[in-house]
Structures are given as C-alpha cells and as structure tokens.
Write a protein that binds this ligand. Structure first.
Ligand code: FA5
Length: 346
C-alpha cells in the first residue's frame, strides 16, 4: 500500500498558514482524526514489509509530533492576533479607573456654618440648639413682642394646626428666627456667657433672589457686665472681615427690632455691583446680612437676668446671604434647588 508522506507534510504546512481556529481544527482532523491521513498510514504499517515499517514508522512519529507542534503554535498565533484586534478596538479593561468618580461633599452652606462656628468657638462662644417648633411665647412674647404687636408683621409666621393635639403646650409655630434661642439660653445659664445657635428658620415669605421660605440663621449672644455697642461694632467687623477678607466694607445702620435697644442692621457691600446698585441688592448697593442690637432690658428680665447688673448684645446673621456674597451666587433659591451641577462647584 502507498503511504503518501508528502501529502501529510503539505497539510502540516497548511496548518502553519491557517488564519482561523476553525481552519486549524479542520486540518488537524484531516491528519489526526480516526480516518485522517496519519491514523490511516499508521494502520497501514501492519500490511507493509518490515523494511518499509522501519523506514516509515519513525517518519510517521515525527510527522505526528510536527502536527501537534504546528497546531499548537498556529492556534496561539491566531489568538494573539485576536487580542491585538481587541486592543485596536480600544477595549481598555482598565477604563473603570479613569471614569470620573462622583464624590459627595457637604453642602456649601453647611461647610460655611462649620467654618463660622469654629471661628466663634475660638472667641469663647459655645453652641446651643434651640427647637425648630417652639411656642409663640419663646419666639415672640418673651422677646418683647406681645400678641397683636404690630412688629409681628415683620415675620410671616407659619403656625401649627393644634386642633388634634391632646396636650396643650401653648400656641406652637415654626420658629421664624434663631432668636427663639435667647430666652432658652438665658434661663439655662448664669451670666457672663457667650453663646451661638445655628439652624433652620421658616417664614411664609414672598420668594425672590434674597428670600427663601426655609433658611438658616446664625445667632450670637454675648452677655456680661459692661457689654456695649462698641463690642457689637467690633465683633461685626471682625466676623465679616474674617469671612470676606479685609477689603469688605461693613456698615451698621439703625434698625428696629422689639427685642433690642438700640437695634441695628449689619450690611456688607454688594459684591455684584460694588455698591453701585443691582437687582440682587435691590439697587441699594448693600446686602443686609444680620439684624443685631443691645438686648432689651425686658428680654434680659424674662430670661432671669438683672439688666442693672448685666448688658448683652445679640446678632442674627443669614448664612445663605453670606454664602451668596462669598461665592458670587446671584439667587438664594439655587442653594436649595438640589441642582447637583450647581452644588458641585463648591
Ligand atoms: C431677625 O430674624 C432677628 N431675629 C435678628 C436679630 C437677632 C436682631 C438678634 C437683633 C438681635 P431679620 O428678619 O432681619 O431679623 O433676619 C436676620 C437675617 O436673616 C437677615 O439679615 C438675613 O440675612 C436673614 N434672612 C431673613 N429672612 C430671610 C429669608 N427669607 N431668606 C434668607 N435669609 C433671610
């Protein structure tokens, strides 16, 4: 019988040039499959002469090894070429590291409040938390604003519907200012003391670029012997210069609040128009940042403090208004808009 070793070598060559794994597999089977050339030739050894076997058997063994080696090598080359193609398609398996990861951070108003609380704690002011839902008594009456007092119009108040309450804690409201903390603090402490209180306030407001219905206030209370308007002026400037830099222009103007006498408004010059007047500052050139004044003797008395021995000063700042000024934000409503694109800037 004729054993065509040349044909086997030819097929081994074809394996070396194959372009796909399927091609390699088909050629491999053509040689090594049950009825493939090598298997058939091996079976034929039994029907040929001993001399022929001696000559052909080692060649067949060699061709079998060559087939295995060529198949392995070509398969590997084809796989490498496929990986290269994947590379060209830019399938970068490390890309997930490059994706910009969105990190959370504190709201700019919260960041600012932490900053100012630290500033005043260095000046000996301690923090106090007053209730958001409080009585009309603490929010108004004990602050020298009796029922039906015309000054109540200064605060558009949200009262709580108490018709379903089983207890009667007095008339309840959402505090309109952090000044509700004043009498809580005075009743709980003996003077002298310096306290601060930061938190949410609520008003039934007409909303505009400077007014929110839900906003924060930062209350400062300083009670000691001989405290006066000079201390108020000094600390107001100290505070605003620490926040906005020494170039900020600060002014105190007379302002009426029933719980201070004299009362003042603390203004910072508008950074949007540098005092020329614009829509953010209602063309006044100034942004009102706080109400302040010498604590009224009636309020000290309501808090159990003798106004003949002690005097006090107090401020109620608007942190959102200060953040607007600090970052050049033109509309207060952006701060609680939940707009992440806006918030990510700070
Ligand atoms: C008061 O609320 C007084 N309790 C402040 C005070 C405290 C006076 C202690 C005297 C002594 P007024 O309503 O002016 O005052 O508010 C104080 C500050 O809170 C304002 O200057 C402003 O910065 C901020 N503010 C007031 N209303 C709003 C509002 N609707 N939205 C955002 N900020 C506001």
């Amino acid at each position: 019988m004729d054993i065509d070793l040349n044909q086997i070598e030819e097929i081994i060559n074809q394996i070396g040039q194959a372009q796909t794994l399927e091609e390699v597999d088909a050629l491999y089977l053509k040689l090594m499959g049950k009825s493939g050339y090598i298997a058939t030739a091996t079976r034929s050894l039994s029907v040929i002469s001993k001399d022929q076997v001696k000559e052909i058997a080692p060649k067949l063994t060699q061709l079998r090894q060559l087939t295995e080696t060529a198949t392995k090598k070509t398969r590997l080359e084809i796989k490498e070429k496929e990986y290269e193609k994947l590379d060209l398609e830019q399938l970068d398996l490390t890309t997930f590291e490059k994706i910009k990861q969105r990190k959370g951070h504190l709201h700019p108003v919260t960041q600012f409040e932490i900053e100012i609380a630290e500033l005043f704690s260095k000046l000996g002011f301690q923090q106090f938390d007053a209730p958001h839902i409080d009585t009309d008594e603490n929010n108004f009456e004990l602050l020298n604003i009796p029922d039906n007092h015309p000054a109540r119009d200064l605060w558009d108040t949200l009262y709580i519907d108490q018709s379903k309450l089983k207890v009667s804690p007095g008339k309840l409201l959402l505090r309109t200012h952090t000044s509700n903390s004043q009498v809580h603090i005075m009743k709980g402490l003996k003077p002298p003391f310096r306290m601060m209180s930061i938190g949410r306030c609520f008003r039934y407001e007409n909303l505009d670029a400077r007014h929110e219905h839900t906003f924060d206030q930062f209350e400062l209370i300083y009670i000691d012997k001989g405290v006066n308007m000079g201390n108020l002026q000094y600390l107001s400037e100290y505070f605003l210069k620490a926040v906005f830099g020494s170039d900020i222009k600060v002014r105190l103007k007379p302002k009426y609040y029933p719980f201070v006498e004299p009362g003042a408004g603390v203004d910072g010059q508008c950074i949007f128009c540098h005092g020329a007047g614009c829509k953010v500052c209602s063309n006044s050139g100034w942004l009102e940042l706080a109400g302040a004044g010498m604590i009224h003797p009636n309020v000290l008395r309501n808090g159990g403090i003798d106004p003949k021995k002690y005097s006090g000063i107090a401020w109620g700042f608007g942190p959102e208004r200060m953040v607007m000024l600090k970052y050049g934000i033109e509309d207060i409503r952006l701060l609680k808009s939940g707009n992440l694109k806006f918030l990510e800037r700070y």
